[in-house]
Design a protein around this ligand. Structure first.
Ligand code: RRO
Length: 310
């Protein structure tokens, strides 16, 4: 049976639902071109700031058998680099630009420039960077998030999305969904950013695995799959008019399938892409197609959001 992995959303067509999570394989043109030239259905840039940043001191990323920990600290080439990349982008797949200003004013400035340049890309506004010393994740402050989205909506007339941190309580899912539902221009939410401020330890040396923030960093990979699935499921249920992009713990067709079953329109690959490289897209795509064929599903819409409960 032929399986169709393509999808259309917000007027965009993707041949596959898989693309990179912001932060992985997307800091330089060369990395972005590698994702663009792979089986990925779309691509997204590293979160950008007004001016280039080196990020936190190394070591700042470490993978284990169960996932990864990172405290990169927003290393990026500065927003004009990514906007210029978008301007010359000529691959036939959607391009997203992740925007993560150091302040609301910075975000508004970058979004005004994006608006004025009419670039062929959509912004994913990162409200959830866990790794800036002294700066809490914005989306854990509901009043500040509302204020940011109000101002962003005034400045940016086009469709945009936000990258959310994981939430851990049904009351918080409901409050955040109600808040996000108020903004018409907000067309998608990406769930989840890394689970912030975990701590991984090397037993033999009794040492943290990364250097910044005393070893605290954002978790990805197997560690976060159940949390990611819960966030995708709950936001998809609570925001039926918006798209949810799933991110967290996808390393094979099985986890991609689960995210879509929870309601994800498309899914992003982070830790697994970092460890395996862009070949991960073709492999996971093949595994997803095989799984769908076994289950008798012909297209993603056949099972998207159809999670059964007991
Ligand atoms: O650069 C980072 O340290 C980073 C960012 Br901006 C983010 O949003 N999530 C993450 O795990 N790392």
């Amino acid at each position: 049976m032929a399986v169709d992995l393509s999808l259309e959303w917000l007027g965009m067509r993707m041949a596959s639902p898989l693309y990179n999570a912001s932060g992985v394989m997307c800091r330089t043109r060369e990395e972005l071109d590698a994702v663009a030239g792979s089986a990925a259905g779309a691509l997204i840039t590293k979160s950008c700031t007004l001016t280039p940043r080196e990020g936190n001191p190394e070591p700042r990323y470490h993978a284990t058998a169960l996932g990864s920990i990172n405290s990169m600290g927003l290393p990026n080439e500065g927003y004009p680099y990514y906007f210029d990349y978008a301007q010359q982008f000529d691959y036939r797949k959607p391009l997203f630009v992740s925007v993560s200003g150091m302040s609301l004013e910075d975000n508004l400035f970058m979004l005004a420039d994006l608006r004025d340049r009419h670039l062929p890309c959509l912004p994913e506004i990162n409200l959830s960077c866990p790794n800036l010393p002294g700066k809490p994740q914005l989306a854990y402050d509901f009043a500040a998030t509302a204020e940011a989205l109000e101002k962003i909506s005034q400045v940016y007339p086009g469709a945009f999305g936000v990258k959310l941190p994981p939430y851990f309580d049904p009351v918080h899912f409901a409050q955040m969904a109600a808040l996000l539902n108020r903004f018409e221009g907000l067309r998608f939410v990406t769930c989840i950013n890394s689970v912030g401020n975990g701590l991984l330890i090397d037993l033999a040396s009794e040492t943290t695995l990364i250097s910044p923030k005393g070893g605290l960093g954002g978790l990805g990979g197997d560690y976060v799959l159940p949390t990611a699935l819960a966030n995708v499921r709950e936001f998809a249920r609570l925001m039926p008019d918006k798209h949810v992009i799933g991110c967290g713990g996808i390393k094979s067709g099985a986890e991609a399938f689960m995210h879509i079953l929870c309601g994800a329109t498309a899914v992003q690959i982070g830790t697994c892409l970092h460890e395996e490289g862009v070949g991960a897209f073709a492999r996971i795509q093949h595994e997803l197609a095989e799984l769908m064929a076994q289950k008798g599903y012909q297209c993603l819409a056949d099972f998207r959001g159809r999670l059964k409960t007991l």
